[in-house]
Design a protein around this ligand. Structure first.
Ligand code: TZP
Ligand code: MG
Length: 223
């Protein structure tokens, strides 16, 4: 699968995180800092606004040759020609999405259990988001907080598959190396980390992304 999941940015348009800044500007800074994939996540029901913002973001991500995935909404992805979608367990199911989207579209699925991870793998998803790693104020309605131990169990259950894997929830500069190294099962490791507030909410999103990129490729140093 050609998508580099190593530093996966998930957007957030809530005022507490965006702090009055323009989302496209924040995302462009993060791309300059080395983000490898962008997911547009926006829980508004205003389809017009979603399409408009997704289109604008796509103009930015294309400059950096980074795929743009749309959270929840296959229709919005189709409307703007995004590279793919990210679907939760309560969104359109994989088979439907696969039928509607172009053949080469990237489809990622949120998972929080071995059962969900195995299903997404068997369905043929390109990658799974595994979470919630740590409790986070960014998303409080999370089904379960699984930590590195729970993530390791899931990775072990899909070790024979080449499906991509990314962890999400409460990941920051202080814990990212622990997340990556302590989650590893003997035969499968995470391909990356998905971050919202530690990049979108950072005073300097570019510097934050650069620091993540550096930590991800460096040997682990944690207590
Ligand atoms: N899904 C599980 S946790 C989460 C999502 C979308 C939010 C993660 O946000 P943050 O700010 O990186 O903790
Ligand atoms: Mg969803």
């Amino acid at each position: 699968m050609p998508v580099d999941l190593s530093l996966y940015l998930v957007t957030d348009s809530t005022p507490a995180i965006l702090k009055g800044r323009d989302l496209c500007t924040v995302v462009e800074s993060a791309l300059q800092g080395g983000v490898t994939v962008v997911q547009y996540r926006d829980k508004t029901n205003d389809t017009g606004l979603l399409v408009e913002t997704a289109w604008k973001l796509h103009q930015v991500t294309k400059k950096y040759n980074v795929p743009l995935l749309i959270n929840d909404r296959v229709d919005v992805a189709l409307a703007i020609g995004a590279e793919g979608v990210h679907l939760g367990q309560d969104d359109m199911n994989f088979e439907e999405a696969k039928k509607l989207l172009p053949k080469d579209a990237i489809i990622g699925i949120s998972t929080s259990s071995v059962e969900e991870a195995k299903k997404a793998t068997a369905d043929g998803a390109d990658y799974i988001g595994i979470g919630t790693m740590f409790a986070t104020p960014t998303k409080t309605n999370t089904k379960s907080v699984i930590g590195t131990a729970g993530t390791q169990v899931i990775l072990d259950a899909i070790k024979d598959s080449t499906i991509g894997t990314v962890s999400i929830g409460g990941i920051n500069h202080s814990n990212v190396q622990r997340v990556l190294y302590q989650s590893q099962s003997p035969n499968k490791a995470l391909d990356g980390v998905a971050i919202v507030s530690a990049i979108v909410g950072a005073d300097d999103p570019k510097a934050s992304a650069e620091q993540f990129a550096e930590l991800i490729k460096s040997p682990p140093r944690f207590a």
